[in-house]
Design a protein around this ligand. Sequence first.
Ligand code: GDP
Ligand code: GDP
Length: 439
Amino acid sequence: MKPVMALVGRPNVGKSTLFNRLTKSRDAIVADFAGLTRDRHYGNARHGQHEFIVIDTGGFEPTAETGIYMEMAKQTRQAVAEADVVVFVVDARAGVSAQDHDIANFLRKLGKPTVLAANKAEGMQDSAHLAEFYELGLGEVEPVSASHGQGVRNLVEKALEPLNLPEEPEDGASEAETGVIKLAVAGRPNVGKSTLINTWLGEERLVAFDLPGTTRDAISVPFERNGQRFELIDTAGLRRKGKVFEAIEKFSVVKTLQAIESANVVLLLLDATQGVTDQDAHIAGYILESGRAVVLAINKWDAVDEYERETVRRQIEARLAFLKFADLHLISAKKRQGIGPLWGSIAQAYKAAFTKMTTPVLTRLLHEAVQFQQPKRSGMFRPKLRYAHQGGQNPPVIVVHGNSLEHVTDAYKRFLEGRFRKEFNLVGTPLRIEMRTSK
Ligand code: GDP
Ligand code: GDP
């Protein structure tokens, strides 16, 4: 499971600036897809070999007792409870405030690994400025400038240190193909996740192992269906109770994100009676960002009339346009309608995610694409696309080598993506295309 870092602090200290710096999108191609909602509060970050999830908690007023601040405080508490490490951000220029003391007290009682970051510290050579922050009783102060990018690497290093993370392979995005499909069923509370899973587990063709287990925090259930092995990853709001899964009350975004990260394929479940909500779009955006293969299913199709069905279809087109590469199923978990064909899509998405693409074939396709349509000249530069190799699986990554590739437009990258997708039949998986200019 990816470690989780929560950014905590009062409003205006620079948390979202720091968040944006930490989660800088790793691939431009994702950036301008129609309808892609980026969740402002959850993101992926990378530090050297390590990947982690960052949560921006908004403004935290631990003592707030009413209104929006109380709600924010509640959510911050949950985020902090689920985080492995907390970065407490204070404003180096403004000095220590009463609110900072409140937050520090809260964090000290919690006893989680906490790093204190004094932001807006650019140009503050004089560390005497920072001395007053020691009175917060959280140890050393890390001076950073989120907007200038200074001290951020140090900060992350220090924050991750107590977690003793194992070394990861060079290309962290690259997954090994094991033949066991790690599957996560994701979705908001009440969309029907447990109903679907229990329907599945009740199927004769499905052999679940170790089901009678009593471990409460089982994180996965292995099973086999028609000779294909699966591992069902325990998702947010779901818990095994004896032989069945049941929804637990508290929905945890962090658990959802971690389950998505641990999966090869994510079955994203939506509720037809609710349409596409912001939260659905956020989860979908996160799946795309993490590169997992995805199958989309709209549940409770039995409970909506023709007019509502049309509305849902239109919402999907408008808000989930960036998942056009994924299969879409209209199902009823309760009435067991349309759920058989999900398996085919899951298997297809897995296969696509682990497609092997050789350098000669990729390079030939690249040259054919360029012959069909040249990349645009940008000022004095015309990008020259020379060859391509595969840089990873799940998601497949295609690395294009050449000169002046920083001038390749997003539109052209999408053109390339379309050609590669078609050629390799990449249904159900995101595809990343990286441009690497030779020096
Ligand atoms: P948040 O409310 O804690 O998320 O704070 P924001 O990230 O929205 O930042 C609040 C203000 O501080 C914005 O005007 C930022 O531009 C500014 N800011 C953020 N980081 C820095 C920094 O490192 N140095 C300076 N001078 N200003 C910063
Ligand atoms: P979860 O929180 O995502 O695990 O959702 P549940 O599986 O607990 O389902 C929430 C509610 O939706 C329950 O009352 C289910 O009976 C109902 N439900 C689940 N699937 C369907 C369906 O296909 N059609 C209808 N009409 N209701 C469903």
